[in-house]
Structure formats: C-alpha cells, structure tokens
Design a protein around this ligand. Structure first.
Ligand code: AMP
Length: 214
C-alpha cells in the first residue's frame, strides 16, 4: 500500500509515521529526512539546502523529486509511507507519473487537520534522538527516562534548525500557498481521508488504522 501523510509542520505526521513503520512494515519516505541527510553529508548542494530549509522555504521540485525517485527504486516492492511529499501540485503530478511507471498508485492520503495556534507549541518543544531520529516533545512527549532515548538508549538529542517561530511562520505560509491545493486534487481522486490532528496521539493512531484497514 502507498500512503501519503499530508499536513502542516507539527501536525503529528512524524509521530504517526513512527507507529506505521514499527507496526505495519511501512518504508518511511520522508523528504525532510532525506534532505537533512544531504545536509549532513556536507555536499555543495547540502549547503544550499541548509539555507533554504533553515529559512522555512520549500526546496525546488527538481531536487526533491530526484531524491524520491532514487528511493522509490530501492523500495519498489514494499508499502511506502510518503511523509512531507508531495508538497506542490507539480510534485503530486510527478509522483503519479513515477508510480504509474512502476505499475502502482496511491492508496490513501491522510490529511491531518489541525488548529494553527497549536502548531507553534508543538514545533517549538520538539527534539529528536541524534542516533535513531525518534521524535519527542519537551512537554507533550518526553523520553521515559530523562535524557535517554526510549528507542535506542542514546543520550544525544537535537533540535531542528527550522523549528523556531520565524521559520515556522514561513513554513505555514508555504503550506497554505503551495501545499493546501493538493487537498482538492486528492479529494477529486477519492483518496483523501481527513483526520483531526488536534486529538491525542492514540486517537489519531486509531483513526489512521481504521482508514487504512489495518
Ligand atoms: P519536514 O521534515 O517534512 O518538515 O521538511 C523540512 C523542510 O524540508 C521543509 O520545510 C522544506 O524546506 C523541505 N522539504 C521537505 N519536503 C519537501 C518537499 N516535498 N518539497 C519541498 N521542500 C521540502
């Protein structure tokens, strides 16, 4: 099954992705993670990406689509969870083309609806494990043992450079202007499933499971 998680930064896509990957064998294809890995690699393109992502703007469709193509080829036979992709209509068209080439199509697009006020709190307290990438929140989802990752036991954590109020404001503008139109696109295709992202993690998890028939 091929699924897209769609919603603004901080809506819960990352948290819910962890669950699907762990319990339902989905391959996680997060363009944000792939782009951050490019930055970590320290390439010339990584430097440009760092600036773009840090300022809250969208990376060009060419770069993002090339990364997705590379990773779809690797994971061709499995269930894939697209997290944060597509983010523009052009990316959505290109994804459809790519999938058609390998004889597949999207099964569902989970649309996380959330009150924008809540996003500032969610994003500003977010941190992740430097070793396995597990995502936590200072107030809403701390580690069980302070300073120790629940998943891998590592003790180093990091905050994303774009998880600050200025970058978040730009990311929300990008979402409203460039990404929101995708809702209508997928609604027309009959595969859009709306989930109320304001609810607690377990309730959202249940709604997603039901929507995907898991
Ligand atoms: P995320 O981890 O999904 O919140 O993505 C972090 C940042 O990476 C975004 O704010 C964008 O700058 C960039 N990015 C991630 N996915 C995409 C995409 N599909 N299209 C354009 N830029 C993206």
């Amino acid at each position: 099954m091929l699924v897209v998680f769609f919603g603004p930064p901080g809506c819960g896509k990352g948290t819910q992705s962890e669950y699907l990957i762990k319990n339902n064998n989905f391959v996680h294809l997060s363009t944000g993670n792939l782009l951050r890995a490019e930055i970590e690699a320290g390439s010339e393109i990584g430097l440009q990406l760092k600036e773009t992502i840090g300022s809250g703007k969208l990376v060009s469709d060419d770069i993002v689509v090339a990364l997705v193509k590379k990773n779809i080829a690797l994971d061709g036979q499995k269930s894939i969870l697209f997290d944060g992709f597509p983010r523009t209509l052009n990316q959505a068209y290109l994804l459809d083309e790519m999938l058609a080439e390998i004889g597949k199509s999207l099964g569902a697009v989970i649309d996380f609806q959330i009150n924008h006020e809540k996003l500032i709190d969610r994003v500003s307290g977010r941190f992740s494990c430097s070793t396995c990438g597990a995502v936590y929140h200072e107030r809403n989802r701390p580690t069980i043992h302070p300073g120790v990752c629940d998943h891998c036991g590592a003790t180093e954590f990091e905050h994303r450079a774009d998880d600050n109020p200025e970058a978040l404001a730009k990311r929300l503008i990008s979402f409203d202007e460039m990404t929101k139109p995708l809702r209508e696109y997928y609604k027309q295709k009959g595969i859009l499933v709306t989930v109320n992202g304001d609810q607690d993690v377990d309730t959202v998890k249940m709604e997603i499971k039901q929507a995907l028939g898991l």
